[in-house]
Write a protein that binds this ligand. Sequence first.
Ligand code: CO
Length: 436
Amino acid sequence: MSNKSVPVKPVRAPLAELIEQEIPSAPQRRVFLKQSAALAGTAVGAGMAGQAAAGALEIPASMTTPGRPLGAYGQPAAELDKLQRGILKPYGDLAPGAGVTMTPLEELDGMITPNGLHFERHHNGIPDIKAAEHRLVIHGLVERNLSFSMEALLRYPRVSRICFIECSGNSFFNTFAEPMQMSCGMLNGLVSCTEWTGVSLRLLLEEAGLKPEANWLLAEGADAAGMSRSVPLAKALDDAILALFQNGEPIRPEQGYPVRLLLPGWEGNMNVKWLRRLKITQGPTHTRDETSKYTDMLTDGSAEQFTFPMAVKSVITRPSQGQTLSAPGFYEISGIAWSGEGKIDRVEVSTDNGATWTDATLVEPVLDKALTRFRLPWEWDGQATQLMSRAHDSTGAVQPLRAAWKSRYHAVNIHHYNAIQIWAINATGEVSNVYA
Ligand code: CO
């Protein structure tokens, strides 16, 4: 439980419009199933619309005409055209299946990402896999090689947890020399948080029987990139999950259907999708995706390898780049914070260029290795200023300033960026991305 809460200040002036006329109540109407739809829609409806013209609160058309028919799978409101992932395809049509889709963080609230907006990183497209044909094999330094059908996996006892996944390349635009004017999601949206359900990997490793010299494993996906990563056995035995469900429904193809490896708090690339093989090894395998890729270049030209947990980080999602504050007055500052090392302990927010900091309210539940929503009421005085958030985690780690992060890594490194995101607000209320 968080004990860092601050009381929410009352809004000084109502933001809503005042209504001075009398508001007529809409007549209640029973639907007689034997009546034709046309009769219900026209005859009764016309009377209600006539009454509405007199009052300040009009009877909307939606109350006088039946709505659309029932659907088998729900969709967001059609007018929410910004409720989409941003797509980046660095190789264009040369490799249309390589790239990322980014969660529109500024359009969302709470701690949970809808499945259709969870970020993606693909190296060679989304494979079309039939669960009935898919197998997961555990082999290598084990007593017994095991091959699991999805039907068999679905019979095991299940575990669930809410956790974030963050691509180790998240916020890579902010490693560039000049601040890019892009939305919060395009800058920082390679992080998402959902509830994952599946089988404890430990259970299956114990069933296979680990040989004494085993200390790593190789996880390989069934995609056309053969995405594969080495994982220390200690993590696999600690909290790894073979995830089958996401936010209650079977994992979608772009998230690894029918089964993905979930390594809570560790860089996204290791959460191997379309998992087909776990080879138990002594030492890491040094695959392409952990040698030429997903290593972190330091200032002296050497590279760090096997940097697994994603460090403490936060970002204000509202207000954020591309949004405009329409007038001085009340705004709620809100954002997300997370750490691959533990729980979020505290998020400070500055509304005065970093001069002073105030603890934001952390919204329950505050979970280990999950996105934590924070909120802070704020009165904008109409002056230009800068907003920023600084997260602390349960290990005592604190989110750094960009200059401190930059001093640790080579200019070309785009991985593990966790510096403070600064949003500048000008006197007309426009929000932009700036560096200190
Ligand atoms: Co890393």
